[in-house]
Design a binder for this molecule. Structure first.
Ligand code: PBG
Length: 337
């Protein structure tokens, strides 16, 4: 018997030792910065539920993307807010739609920036659902209609069409976020046929029907006008189903998998990371951002410390990249040291 005195605190004694044994380090290269774009010039319209975030026009989005690039952030993801919405989201596949305009402006200003296009119809449809309804013109849920009110396969055709348009405008990646069955295969096939084989697909493979998207729906002006998204987004209670969704997207040719939201779903993120050999992204969503800001503004938490702690936890749980509204601030904080 020896008299072992087990003291893990030895390795926490000084900042230098702590740095030596640190298992997870954040860097600006981990971040993907979401931008909301709308028509106009010089637009920088604050989003009240997301302090520090703005609706931007292509020119101001390009300036911000350039700034992000300067801080070492490799990618932005774009969400479009059209001037005009209709039942089939026409502007999403218009070559001169808001997102293609923003892609071109960003590529002009910061050619090396990876530009990801969020691919969904909820911002473009007047009913606010993520695809075509089988009851065109419906403004409420009609219990006499078939229970499945979204047309899956007809929506795939439109996703394929819009993805091709965004790729032709210069997007590097298409990120389908509508949780339609078969969306990755439909987009991959369309991109290949259009000669866009080098454009990759980052799939929102595992996206939950989450209350944490609330502020985003203000920002993107995209709340469903009736019903909810529970028929296409996942039940927060399920993790085996997450692995099934991810497996289907891998089989359909996804290049990157995403789990969303992030912090409430770290177990899911870890399971996806361990089950598939694809780069894995996590989306720290609008509600996660808004909560940290709200508590910070009240002086109840230290915003910078808690934001960096959340991001570190998301990376520790397996994220290779993090979509976060904190990207610019966190990059600055990390560079300040
Ligand atoms: C579009 C989309 C949403 C988000 C990203 N893409 C909203 C939704 O599904 O309702 C949420 C992002 C966030 O909350 O930050 N389908």
């Amino acid at each position: 018997m020896t008299d072992l005195d087990l003291r893990p605190r030895r390795l926490r004694l000084t900042p230098a030792i702590r740095r030596m044994v640190r298992e997870t380090t954040l860097s600006p290269a981990d971040f993907i910065y979401p931008l909301f774009v709308r028509h106009g010039t010089g637009v920088r319209q604050p989003i009240s539920s997301m302090p520090g975030q703005y609706q931007l026009s292509p020119d101001t989005a390009a300036a911000l993307a350039k700034e992000a690039h300067g801080l070492g952030i490799p990618a932005v993801i774009l969400f479009g807010i059209p001037d005009h919405k209709d039942h089939c989201g026409t502007e999403n596949y218009s070559p001169d739609g808001i997102v293609p305009q923003a892609i071109r402006a960003i590529k002009d200003a910061a050619p090396e920036m990876v530009v990801i296009s969020d691919m969904c119809f909820c911002e473009y449809t007047d009913h606010g659902h993520c695809g075509l309804l089988n009851t065109p013109g419906a403004d409420h849920y009609d219990p006499n209609q078939p229970a499945d009110y979204l047309l899956n396969d007809a929506t795939l055709d439109l996703l394929a069409k819009a993805s091709t348009v965004h790729a032709q405008a210069g997007a590097d990646m298409i990120a389908p976020s509508g949780m339609m069955d078969g969306m990755v295969a439909a987009i991959r096939t369309a991109l290949d046929r259009a000669g866009q084989a080098n454009v990759s697909v980052m799939s929102y493979a595992v996206k939950y029907a989450s209350g944490f998207y609330g502020p985003f729906r203000d920002a993107a002006e995209s709340p469903p006008q009736f019903g909810d998204r529970a028929q296409y987004q996942m039940d927060p209670a399920n993790v085996r189903e997450a692995l099934k969704e991810a497996a289907l997207d891998v089989a359909q040719g996804a290049d990157v998998l995403m789990v969303k939201p992030a912090l409430p779903y770290l177990d899911v993120l870890r399971a996806v990371r361990d089950s598939f050999n694809l780069p894995t992204a996590a989306y720290q969503v609008s509600g996660e951002y808004a909560m940290l800001h709200a508590a910070g503004q009240n002086g109840w938490i230290d915003l910078r410390r808690c934001a960096l702690e959340s991001l570190t936890s998301i990376k520790r749980a397996g994220a290779d990249m993090i979509l976060t509204y904190f990207a610019l601030d966190a990059a600055r904080w990390l560079l300040e040291g």
